[in-house]
Design a protein around this ligand. Structure first.
Ligand SMILES: O=P(O)(O)OP(=O)(O)OP(=O)(O)OC[C@H]1O[C@@H](n2cnc3c(O)ncnc32)[C@H](O)[C@@H]1O
Length: 492
């Protein structure tokens, strides 16, 4: 005789099957509905037409999230061969042609079906600012050639223009803080220090900054629901190439045929041409009246003397404000951490001096011994993997960077460690280009976007738990129809 299981009634079996199907259906719908879609991207292209060279950056972001919530990241970069577009003043059409290779690369990287909707921008910085001052029509012709070249590609061309120094500084700050997720989260921001070839920028938020003291240094933003009052200044001619010209001009103002330069290694010697040295608005006014065609440039390798030469390029006496950096430019008290990029990074990385926790005096001593190293020895160690021009200039550039930071911007041995030398943040280059594109495409909203209250996994778990609970409740509510278990075994 078998005992009959009271649960094996048609009703309970039907309820169980329906319940299980309902739960599976509910969870499946929740998972499918909230499953991240197969990623499709949108793209934007920015050309950084700098004084020393042009670089192309391609950014991408999830297509369904271009409404302010998706993360924009750098997908690709391309370094244009040759010099910056301002160097083509005498043959403007070559400025346009120089961009061809990188633009063709962009055509390959951006999927063809996205070409026509991909915005393409070109922003020119200090090299073109200088050319514009020196020769307006040459600068216009360079732009015409560049525009013509860019319009021949299948992207949505949005124009080429010269960025003001203020914009360059502010967009660099936006890039750094966007990539670090500081803007979205409303965290304390990082200041931006950018050292180019022809200009240098400093940008930071200071709570002690009274805009009325120097309105031209202020930029205000409302980003993700937070207000920022940014201090920014760009020093034209204080990029590392132009400042080297100024240092050489200082040492050749009497028109000598030989100079012994403390900023170059002992044993370094080259011949330089007076006309090409003084061929820049940064130094043209100081050209000696009587000078030979060339001069012999010899290195001495003396850091302390080099620092004196560099210091003489900063006027730190005249200041009509409560506080200045140099050359009579207002600067509020430094505040917070700083990211130093472009040539700051290239130079300090080469010199192995990116660790700012090392005492500033030790950093100077290390640089002093590098500067004192004979040129032959330096070449032997590095010439196989570093351009000779860069190699010859690292002693000068390192000295300039330390002097600019301490004598120019007033970083002290205590605040020096607030600086971090950076090249990339989360895979994207630090620089003004990303901030520029985010701004032009309105990709950073003024107000914080609404975000779903729960992450996807949390949402699915809650739906599952509720479904199971409902099912248990349903079973319990059917208690009256549950088959009773009698103590007497049923006889089948
Ligand atoms: O912003 P502007 O002033 O227009 O200049 P840029 O856009 O051309 O400036 P970059 O940041 O590209 O480069 C800054 C400088 O660093 C130099 N540079 C680039 N790579 C370098 C390296 O590996 N070592 C040393 N210097 C380097 C370059 O020649 C410039 O003088």
């Amino acid at each position: 005789m078998k005992e009959k299981n009271p649960w094996y009634t048609p009703l309970t079996i039907i309820i169980t099957v329906i319940g299980v199907i309902a739960i599976v259906a509910l969870v499946t719908v929740a998972v499918l509905q909230n499953r991240p879609l197969l990623q499709k991207y949108k793209y934007g292209i920015v050309l950084d037409a700098g004084s020393s060279h042009t670089a192309l950056y391609i950014y991408q972001w999830p297509a369904e999230k271009d409404n302010n919530t998706g993360r924009v990241e750098q997908k690709h970069s391309c370094k244009v061969t040759g010099k910056g577009i301002s160097s083509y003043a005498a043959q403007p059409e070559k400025a346009g042609m120089s961009l061809t290779e990188c633009m063709q690369e962009a055509e390959m990287v951006v999927p063809a079906k996205r070409h026509s909707e991909t915005p393409l921008y070109l922003g020119a910085t200090a090299g073109m600012r200088l050319l514009n001052i020196e020769n307006r029509s040459a600068s216009d012709q360079v732009f015409q050639a560049v525009e013509k070249a860019l319009q021949s590609f299948p992207f949505s061309y949005q124009g080429a223009r010269i960025l003001s120094g203020q914009e360059e500084g502010a967009f660099g700050w936006v890039t750094v803080n966007y990539l670090d997720d500081r803007l979205k989260q409303g965290l304390e921001t990082t200041g931006a220090l950018d050292l180019g070839g022809a200009s240098t920028q400093i940008s930071f938020v200071s709570h002690d900054y009274d805009i009325s003291e120097s309105p031209s240094n202020s930029m205000t933003f409302r980003l993700y629901g937070n207000d920022y009052n940014l201090y920014t200044h760009s020093f034209l001619c204080y990029g590392k190439d132009q400042v080297l010209r100024m240092a050489l001009a200082k040492q050749t103002q009497l028109g000598p045929s030989t100079i012994l330069d403390p900023c170059f290694h002992p044993g370094y010697t080259t011949t330089r041409n007076y006309s090409s040295l003084y061929d820049s608005p940064c130094v043209s006014g100081r050209r000696p009246r009587e000078a030979p065609t060339n001069f012999s440039h010899k290195g001495e390798g003396n850091f302390t003397k080099c620092q004196e030469v560099v210091k003489s390029l900063f006027n730190t006496t005249a200041c009509k404000y409560s506080k200045c950096s140099f050359n009579g430019v207002f600067q509020p008290p430094l505040q917070g951490p700083f990211g130093a990029f472009s040539a700051y990074y290239y130079v300090m990385n080469f010199l192995n001096l990116t660790d700012t926790s090392i005492h500033l005096e030790t950093v100077k001593n290390n640089l002093a011994s590098y500067c004192a190293t004979p040129w032959n020895q330096i070449k032997q160690m590095h010439l196989s993997n570093v351009k000779e021009k860069y190699l010859a200039e690292y002693c000068f550039s390192g000295t300039y960077i330390l002097t600019l930071l301490t004598e120019g911007y007033n970083f002290t041995k205590e605040t020096y460690s607030n600086i971090k030398f950076i090249k990339k943040i989360k895979g994207s280059d630090a620089g003004w280009t990303l901030g520029y594109m985010l701004n032009l495409t309105n990709m950073i909203p003024a107000e914080a976007p609404d975000s779903p209250p729960l992450p996807h996994a949390g949402y699915v778990s809650i739906v599952t738990v509720i479904a199971v609970l409902l099912f248990i409740l349903l079973i319990l509510s059917l208690r009256p129809v549950w088959p009773r278990c009698s103590k007497q075994p049923q006889i089948v």
